[in-house]
Write a protein that binds this ligand. Structure first.
Ligand code: FE2
Ligand code: FE2
Length: 251
């Protein structure tokens, strides 16, 4: 049986949500996609997730929303964190609300999705992502969103899960990389890139961030609006192995 999956990295603010609503329904039809996974950690004004931003994604056709370091930035997330379609990083310490691993099925098609976060250069209390990944079972197609800063940690996770996970897809840096490959049936990319406004500094109005770098004076973040791009990773999976992986860019 073949399963067709679309994964979308960090969707940033309203411009990101709008392009998702505009392009996703047609893409699902055109590519006959079975499951759509969206990293939503920046969907609410660039920081956090709310019931409204999730609803935008679900009504556009998303099946699963994954998290990252911004998962708790908006307290409204607590209203929906027990919805099985919403995943926070699986390696948050025990006692953290919600879940980081989910199994989703449509007719006979079944996938496992894992939200996982790296520890290098990320100041958060986290268990070891490698130990957490080592406890997973890979008897059904498994997509891992590895939300991490360091390219080394991401590449290490590729080798750790090669031949086991169907895909290890990097998120968090918001900059798309050009290294999409299939390694022993495991699709890998260091970063899928942000879906949002690229006339910006990783989604934020560029002059706000420039001012902060130039003067050290903090300013309120504003979501950028121009040069909005959609980046997705399309996967075709047979058994638990990915047989085709493509980057989809829509502007
Ligand atoms: Fe992000
Ligand atoms: Fe992040």
């Amino acid at each position: 049986m073949e399963i067709r999956v679309l994964f979308v990295g960090d969707v940033f603010g309203r411009p990101g949500r709008e392009i998702i609503s505009r392009v996703l329904p047609a893409l699902i039809k055109e590519r006959e996609i079975d499951f759509v996974i969206i990293n939503g950690e920046n969907s609410a004004g660039g920081k956090g997730i709310t019931p409204k931003t999730c609803e935008d994604f679900f009504s556009a056709g998303a099946d699963v929303i994954t998290g990252g370091d911004h998962i708790w930035d908006r307290k409204e997330i607590l209203e929906i964190i027990n919805d099985s379609r919403i995943l926070r990083p699986a390696n948050l310490p025990e006692g953290s609300p919600g879940k980081g691993i989910g199994v989703y099925s449509k007719e006979e098609k079944k996938i496992q999705v894992v939200s996982l976060m790296g520890r290098t250069f990320i100041e958060r209390p986290l268990d070891c992502p490698f130990q957490t990944a080592g406890r997973l079972h890979f008897d059904i197609p498994t997509i891992v969103d590895f939300h991490a800063e360091a390219t080394s940690e991401k590449v290490a996770m590729k080798w750790f899960l090669a031949g086991k996970a169907s895909a290890v897809l990097g998120t968090h840096t918001h900059i798309p990389t050009d290294d999409l490959e299939i390694c022993d049936g495991t699709a890998y990319i260091t970063d899928c890139g942000m879906t949002g406004a690229y006339d910006s500094v990783i989604g934020v109005e560029k002059n706000v961030i420039l001012k902060r770098f130039l003067t050290g004076f903090p300013a309120r973040h504003e979501t950028a609006k121009k040069d909005v791009r959609f980046y997705g990773i399309f996967l075709e999976i047979k058994g638990i192995k990915t047989v085709n992986a493509e980057k989809i860019k829509i502007v």
